[in-house]
Design a protein around this ligand. Structure first.
Ligand code: ATP
Length: 270
């Protein structure tokens, strides 16, 4: 018997994007950890060159959904999935898909900054070296470009050979973003990227997120509703694995369609 019970979201999304405007399409996605459902029949499209936020109470499935988008659940044998995820129209679970290439195209940044134990330069060059075929000059230029893109270049240009561990937490998170950008992803997934950082570093990350959307599509998981309101164009509200409401961020926060959304954003339900 299937672990998935059908429970369509009350109200469902209030917007939809044409496939042509979408970077990712999630179609009828359900996911369970063993017998425990975590995502229930989610259907939504993630628009290209916009910031989309996933919000909702702890345990509602935000990180599970984010991780599904670059197949981070693959190694968890307990996970049972139903439904499809398409990147630029292609099923990410199709047999011919190279998972390493998928993760290059759909990069991910986690809550705690996780620079590799090597120099600032080598962190950013890491993915480029794995890909191979780049001469030193081109590599130098790409490392500089990635650090510029992550708004870190000016702070580190004179100490590229220093250990990444000599950077502050906020700088380390921007370094991780530079490392992810260096291999030119189309989508950047951010799982609470600023929750371990001080307020100034948080603002820098938020500004960076807003600036990056001219270049790629971003998906942000956050507990912080002010942050979602500040940086995202669209917000999806999840509750108990269901997509409750999905719409332009301004509308969702000022004029939610459903009482469940209103209760959450006004703090009547956590
Ligand atoms: N590896 C796992 N194995 C088993 N259950 C898991 C696993 N990861 C998450 N879960 C469960 O799946 C549900 C959704 O978890 P998830 O981490 O996606 O929620 P979340 O909305 O991101 O929560 P939070 O805001 O607290 O990070 C929760 O009930 C959680 O306990």
């Amino acid at each position: 018997m299937s672990v998935f019970t059908s429970s369509s979201a009350a109200g469902g999304p209030i917007i939809d994007f044409a496939a042509a405007e979408s970077s990712l399409e999630i179609a009828g996605l359900s996911l369970a950890y063993g017998e425990k459902p975590a995502l229930r029949d989610l259907t939504l499209r993630i628009p290209r060159h916009r910031v989309t936020a996933f919000i909702g109470p702890s345990g509602c499935g935000k990180s599970t959904l984010l991780r599904a988008l670059n197949r981070l659940h693959d190694l968890n044998e307990e996970v049972v999935r139903r439904g499809e995820i398409r990147l630029e129209g292609q099923d990410i679970h199709a047999p011919q898909v190279d998972v390493a290439e998928l993760r290059r195209r759909v990069g991910m940044v986690f809550q705690a900054p996780n620079p590799f134990p090597m120099s600032i330069y080598d962190n950013v060059a890491f993915g480029l070296r794995l890909q191979g075929g780049m001469r030193k000059r081109e590599m130098d230029d790409t490392v500089e470009w990635a650090l510029q893109s992550a708004a870190l270049w000016e702070e580190v240009k004179d100490r590229l050979r220093a250990s990444a561990w000599t950077l502050s937490g906020g700088q380390q998170q921007r370094l991780v973003i530079a490392r992810t950008l260096a291999v030119q992803p189309e989508v950047l997934l951010l799982d609470e990227p600023a929750s371990a950082l001080d307020p100034i570093s948080t603002l820098k990350i938020e500004e960076l997120i807003r600036n990056l959307k001219s270049r790629l599509s971003l998906v942000l998981v956050t507990h912080n509703m002010q942050q979602a309101a500040r940086v995202s164009d669209y917000t999806a509200f999840l509750q108990q694995g269901e997509l409750v409401e999905y719409g332009p961020t301004r509308t969702l926060f000022t004029n939610p369609r459903l009482r469940r959304t209103e209760n959450y954003i006004t703090g009547r339900m956590t």
